[in-house]
Each structure stands twice: as structure tokens, then as C-alpha cells.
Ligand binder design. Sequence first.
Ligand code: DUC
Ligand code: ZN
Ligand code: ZN
Ligand code: ZN
Length: 461
Amino acid sequence: MRTLIKGGTVVNATGAVVADVLVEDETIAAVAAPGVFENADKVIDAAGKYVIPGGIDAHTHMEMPFGGTFSADTFATGTTAAAWGGTTTIIDFAVQAKGTSLLSTLDKWHEKADAHCAVDYGFHMIVSDVNDTSLKEMESCIAAGVNSFKMFMAYPGVFYATDGEILRAMQKATDTGAMIMMHAENGIAIDQLVAQAIAAGRTDPVEHGLTRPPELEGEATSRAIQLAKVTGAPLYIVHLSARHALAAVAQARDAGQNVFAETCPQYLFLSLDDLAKPDFEGAKYVASPPLRPKDHQDDLWRGLRTNDLSVVSTDHCPFCFVEQKELGRGDFSKIPNGMPGVEHRMDLLHQGVVGGKISLARWVEVASTTPARMFGLYPRKGVIAPGADADIVVYDPQATTHVSAETHHMNVDYSAYEGWELKGKVDTVLSRGSVVIAGNAFHGREGHGKFLSRDLSQYLV
Ligand code: DUC
Ligand code: ZN
Ligand code: ZN
Ligand code: ZN
């Protein structure tokens, strides 16, 4: 099967050029001057549109257990929503429960995902129980293509790891070439602030933000960086939200340390003002770290330009407003932490291109190419080039995306961006050569997506 994508502007992290893209079966066969190839079984007209490598969302949580409930998207619904939004690969987090093994956790996540995903997927592993067995099991995870391990400095009693436990896992990462991913918030101090707020009767959603101040993200980020320095481990700070944390990352990178960071669209576009919306509406915006005062946004956009922030992922972790977010009415600390986002990352980031905050090539780089390199998927993913998987998005920069819970495909009853009109729209999406989105319809299928056994990070050699 030969598919020809004709006349579009092919955008890679290295720049843009008008070219035709020839796809043979699941792979890109050629990128050539317009008109070089004539014959194909199927022709997609991309004139006036961008042809970009499919988005890679390196941070999602489908069917994730949290506080007695589960995030509302299954792997089937979440990866379908991803496809609608031009994301053709997700990397989801398998979550080790305390007292269980990493390998049984991995089996469990394969059971949830295998044969259900509409696009390709890989896993990171959340290590919440550091002991001799799980440290040893990290090696087996790596052999199984899961070589990035998230740890938490937040959530004492649940996922929290002590500095000593973090140190031990980092030593293992140094020995094996694995990546440590860090949720960097000082959970011990935060829990005190939370308890004090509740005791004082301050129970509204905005208190979620006020009890998790940016200084405690900055402090934890610095501490993680020092632990990484002492152990020699590579470190990837997830969902960085505050300028305090960004400053710590920038300093470490300037000093030559292998420290990387991602941010998320919600930190670039939303703020503490959203968390402060009345009538419990703010609960829709409860995620950790919390949304910050608006003036952090300029720093994050700058970080994206300077590469101190090198990836934008969503931290997609949807909980329905009705019945799930409502668990925290009268006590903000019981609101499940997380926001939906997997469907709108590419469009939201495109607003940065439209607004002159990042270049077209940088858009592709932070949304696809760097995540591929960071997590060992390049050049199979993250680039429009011969030999790469034909994960391709034809993107119309002139069309408009209307965001609403009534029309989105995520399995959640609200949108954090309700009513927003975004410039640009996903037109056609190919996943390994198969058209999964075209003509405003889904043509994919549950089970098309394959598990990606990942190589070690390509930033660490
Ligand atoms: N951290 C995440 O990465 N996702 C959901 C909740 C959290 O604290
Ligand atoms: Zn299914
Ligand atoms: Zn986290
Ligand atoms: Zn997350």
C-alpha cells in the first residue's frame, strides 16, 4: 500500500520545506521534491497545510488509581482522543502500589492497555516502594523496554519516597542508564500547610494552590538535582510549573548536569485564577503541582525557547466533575488531582507559534522530536524521514478548533478550555501508515496501537 501526501509543508525539528511524503505500508519511504512520485494507492492533498511527525505525549495516566477512584479515560478512549488531537504515541505511567512488585505492576498495565490502544504506547514505571527487590526489578523493566522511573517527593504515605530511597534508585539508574523522573514538590511541608488550611476552615479548591507554594516546588527540584549530582543519575523533572523550579533546572543545565524538564499546556495557558473560580468550579483545575499565578507563564515560554524546558507533555489525568471532582466538596484535599488534556496539546502549543512565542520547528521539537529522543523512540518516531514509522499529522493552520466538552473525545464531562477557539486544526492523522483521523471522522480501531519497547534515552550518550 502506497500513500502519497502531496504538496504540504513538511515540518521537522530542523526546519520546514515543501515536499511530498511517500508512505509504504507502515513506514515513510521517501521525502521528495513535489511531483517526483506520481503513483500511489491513495493520495492525500496537503497543499497549504503542515505535515508533521505525530505528537508524542510522554506523560499520561489512563485508568490510573487515585484516592479510591480511577482517572476516567481507558486506554481505548484516551488513545482515541489522542489521535483526534494529532498525538500518535503516548507514554503512560504504570503505578507500583506499595507492597507489590514492579513486574506484577508492569503485567497489570499491559493487561489494561494491550489490544485496547488506538495509537502506539509505551510505559514509564512509578516506583513507590524502594527495596532490594524493586531495585533489582528495575533491571527487568529496562530489559522489557521500560527504562524511565518516576518517583515522588510529594504525597507522604502514598507514593512518597524519602531522600535515601531516591538516592538508592538514582544509583541504580546510574548503573543501568535509566532515567529518573521526579515529581518535585516538598510533600512533607505541603501536608502541614494543607492540614492547617482545613483546620482553619479554608476548604475551597483555590486552597489547593495556596498550600502548595512554588517555593516548595523549587526546593524539591533543587534537592532532586543535588541528589542526581551526587549519584551521577540523569534526571527529568516532570510537570514543571513554577519559575523557582525552572531556575534550578537552568542552573544545573548551565553547569553541564544531565537534568531535563517538561512543562504542560495547563501551566502555559491557565493560572491560579482558574483554581479560584467560584461555586467549586475551581475543582476542574486541581492538579499537582497546582496552576500558578499568571506571571509564571512568561518564564515557562522563555524556558521552552532556551531548552531549559525541552518537552511539553499533558499529564493527562482526567476526573469527571460530577462524582469524581465532587469527592472534594468541603475539603479541597480530597479532590482527585489531575486534568484532562491529551486531545488538545498540539493545538494549544500551536497558539505559541501563532503568537510568536515559539517557532514552527520548535513546536514539532517539544511536542514530538525531543520526547522521542528523550525516551528512546528516535528515529522510529519524532521525525518525517525515510525509515521512520509513518505517524504523520496533516495540520491545517488556517482552520479553527472549537474546544468543548460537548465535542471532545476524552471520556470526561468538562473541558479546562471550554469555549476556547484555537487557531489551527488537525486535518488527517496516520498511525503507522493507517489513516486514523480524516474528514472529521475516526477511522482507527481499538487494538491498532502497539506497545513500544523503548531504547535508553538518546540524550545520555
Ligand atoms: N502527578 C502526576 O504526574 N499526575 C497526576 C497527579 C500527580 O501528582
Ligand atoms: Zn477495550
Ligand atoms: Zn506528578
Ligand atoms: Zn502525571
